[in-house]
Design a protein. Structure first.
Length: 120
């Protein structure tokens, strides 16, 4: 079953990066089927929409998992630097960056476009 159309705010930015709202366990299967090999989660595990033990779920589908908890009310330069480091380390992998509503991801992607993403 293809659930990616139902993942809140899902989008493909280029051949290696997709972003979205928080996917369900079933939608993680679809994300994997898109060729994604690394999930970078910027959300807080305490949010009601977070997948319980998301790291284990992602790993079960053969993907790598990184968690950088970013407080939506107080994102920091340190959070952004960690994000850039993870993106740089996994440059050759297809990545998905989910978050509850895809707002922090959008801000980090736009901020990182000229730096860690090397977009022009």
């Amino acid at each position: 079953m293809d659930n990616r159309g139902t993942i809140f705010n899902w989008g493909r930015l280029d051949d290696r990066i997709t972003t979205s709202g928080e996917p369900t366990e079933a939608q993680l299967t679809d994300i994997c089927s898109l060729g994604v090999r690394h999930v970078v989660n910027l959300g807080l595990h305490t949010h009601e929409k977070s997948v319980p033990d998301e790291a284990a779920s992602v790993s079960r589908f053969g993907m790598k998992y990184s968690h950088i908890p970013v407080d939506v009310q107080n994102p920091t330069v340190e959070d952004f630097d960690k994000f850039c480091a993870v993106i740089e380390h996994s440059r050759r992998m297809s990545r998905c960056v989910p978050i509850v509503a895809n707002f922090r991801v959008s801000a980090f992607i736009c901020s990182g476009a000229g730096t860690c993403l090397a977009w022009t």
